[in-house]
Design a binder for this molecule. Structure first.
Ligand code: SIN
Ligand code: CO
Length: 379
């Protein structure tokens, strides 16, 4: 799928993580899902869903799975059904991701889909995600305000995160196919004007707190009691009660050596950003039996919709670390690129690379775990 009326270069230079943008008619046929399909998904036990309602200023949030009886009790107006990770369940929705491959795929969180009758809203709030809101069926009015953060007061005692103050800086009405990009932390407020479906393509940014925690934990696994602070000549020249800048430099050096070597950072980050959104959900898996001859006979591999792939090119020529669902594999850059870079996997290149026994094991493991599937096995 491709985006229309959209200049990728200009968007990345002037808008991405900077300011909101409306793209009219970004998609010509955005009817990938109907309200009934979404309700059906929200009844599945493995699917994460919420119903948010405001009746006479009283907010309620219910978590799925739901059942038909629950839906038939709903009022005519003023509620929103939200379903997470619909890209993992509905191929037509997953295909939308093809339009966003101009961004790093390891930044993608999911496509959340909401359905709201007239008046449905989740109120004024901000998210820590960069989000593209694509209007499916119906129309919705969006207002976008300024940058918020943990300091921004929230309305107390409600189950919904509502900003106490909200001053819109822009207002748009989205019709089917229109798209609104909202950078992370910008306040926003959408209200359904007609029964409306919205696709939110969300990109997450790892928090610095999580990075410090993750990298420190990894480093602690390797540090010993013996690893200690060491004085240097300059730090010994200071008055006896002083902690001189040279001592602080020694601390910084020790911390940098312990925590911040390129290998530790890349390895932690690669595993972290490829962790699955729902790691406890079992993946469907193709049989790994005779996988090489299936490829030789023209079968194609695809990435499991629930799996995450990324790679880091290493200092060694033509070598890369491949990260899949939080696991690391040493491979060639050609194999990593064939598995990760395209909308579709370059199965021919994968087959050529797996002439090497080590790489055959990698592909075999990825098929066994369900991260790689044979196309068509589960249609
Ligand atoms: C919605 O689709 O109703 C909510 C999307 C959002 O504000 O992030
Ligand atoms: Co939001």
């Amino acid at each position: 799928m491709v985006l229309q009326n959209f200049d990728v270069r200009k968007f990345l230079d002037e808008y991405w993580q900077q300011k909101p943008l409306v793209i009219r008619n970004a998609f010509s046929d955005p009817f990938w899902l109907e309200a009934n399909d979404l309700a059906g998904l929200a009844c599945e036990p493995d699917v994460e869903s919420r119903l948010i309602m405001a009746q006479e200023s009283e907010w309620t949030v219910k978590k799925g799975p739901f059942d038909d009886a629950e839906f038939s009790k709903l009022p005519e107006t003023d509620w929103t059904l939200l379903v997470q990770a619909v890209d993992q369940w509905i191929p037509e929705v997953r295909d939308v991701l093809g339009a966003f491959r101009f961004l790093p795929q390891w930044r993608l969180d999911d496509i959340m889909v909401s359905y709201a009758p007239v008046g449905g809203t989740v109120s004024q709030h901000y998210d820590f995600f960069d989000v593209f809101l694509i209007q499916g069926e119906g129309t919705r009015r969006w207002q976008v305000g300024d940058v918020c953060g943990s300091h921004s007061p929230l309305v107390p005692n409600t189950p919904v995160r509502i900003l106490e103050a909200f001053s819109p800086l822009m207002e748009v009405e989205l019709s089917p196919g229109d798209m609104l990009y909202i950078p992370a932390k910008h306040s926003h407020f959408g209200v359904s004007i007609e029964n409306s479906i919205t696709y939110s393509v969300g990109f997450r940014a790892p928090g610095i707190r999580e990075m410090v925690d993750g990298i420190a934990t990894t480093a602690l696994e390797n540090l010993l009691e013996d690893d200690r602070y060491r004085d240097c000549a300059a730090s010994l020249k200071a008055p006896t009660g002083a902690i001189p800048a040279a001592a602080i430099d020694q601390v910084r050096l020790a911390l940098t050596q312990a925590l911040l070597d390129d290998q530790t950072i890349a390895d932690w980050f690669g595993r972290y950003v490829t962790e699955r959104k729902y790691p406890d959900l079992e993946l469907l898996a193709s049989s790994s039996e005779a996988w090489q001859s299936r490829l030789e006979n023209g079968a194609c591999l695809e990435r499991n919709a629930a799996s995450r792939f990324a790679y880091v090119v290493t200092a060694e020529r033509n070598q890369a670390m491949l990260y899949v669902d939080g696991h690391a594999f040493a491979v060639t850059t050609v194999l990593a690129e064939a598995l990760c870079d395209g909308v579709d996997i370059d199965s021919k290149a994968v087959l050529e690379q797996t002439g090497e026994p080590g790489f055959a094991d990698v592909v075999s493991q990825l098929i066994e775990s369900g991260a790689l599937l044979f196309m068509g096995d589960f249609d």
